[in-house]
Design a protein around this ligand. Structure first.
Ligand SMILES: Nc1ncnc2c1ncn2[C@@H]1O[C@H](COP(=O)(O)OP(=O)(O)OP(=O)(O)O)[C@@H](O)[C@H]1O
Length: 186
């Protein structure tokens, strides 16, 4: 993705700073990127899985997918004010249930399938959980979900397989942020 194609949507100029969503299959590198990015640009990193756990936004455990089910309405209500203010980097492995108006850009991280398999195996994933996540990546499930849920011109795919990709992707997002602030100030 070239920066020339990274159109900057500045519809939500009432915000002091944009909100961006970093999404993708588990293991593609969202947390690694968000942590570095938030340190560099000073925006708030909202790790949705951790916030949901800390604020009791989890319902019963799904035995098939071996993960808790999110109470989406409770989570959305709790985040609404923060999101209206802006300046947030939201990190989650799904994207369709967030209000569309929350985000100025949606970055979907993608990874080479073999690399993802190795990363998830190293994490201890096995069986159905491992297979489902790798298939999710093979079939571009999150990228398609993002394109269905948000205007296509705010959805950007960022390939994230090797360490240099992480640096490059942070650079691309920083450029996008710079454009947003430039266009907001007119
Ligand atoms: N660009 C990269 N090059 C090499 N390794 C990477 C890169 N990005 C992340 N990793 C490694 O991949 C693994 C998974 O990364 P990370 O935990 O950030 O993924 P995640 O998408 O946040 O996963 P989850 O959704 O489960 O929280 C980590 O071991 C991390 O160090």
């Amino acid at each position: 993705m070239g920066i020339a194609r990274m159109d900057t949507n500045v519809q939500n100029i009432h915000r002091e700073a944009p909100n961006i969503l970093i999404t993708g299959t588990p293991g593609v590198g969202k947390s690694s990127l968000c942590q570095r990015l938030s340190e560099i640009v000073g925006m708030q990193w909202l790790e949705v899985s951790r916030i949901a756990k800390e604020h009791n936004c989890l319902e019963e455990y799904d035995p098939v997918y071996q993960c808790p089910i999110l109470d989406e309405d409770k989570l959305m209500d709790g985040l609404e004010e923060t999101m209206c203010t802006g300046g947030n980097i939201v990190d989650y492995h799904s994207c369709e249930f967030f209000p569309e108006r929350w985000f100025d850009a949606v970055f979907v991280l993608t990874t080479d399938n073999t690399t993802l398999y190795d990363r998830l195996t190293n994490r201890g994933y096995t069986g159905k959980k491992l297979d489902d996540n790798v298939q999710c990546e093979i079939f571009n499930v999150i990228l398609e979900e993002a394109k269905r849920s948000y205007k296509e011109d705010i959805v950007f795919e960022l390939s994230n397989t090797v360490p240099q990709d992480l640096e490059d992707n942070i650079g691309k997002i920083c450029q996008w942020l710079q454009h947003w602030f430039q266009r907001r100030s007119g």
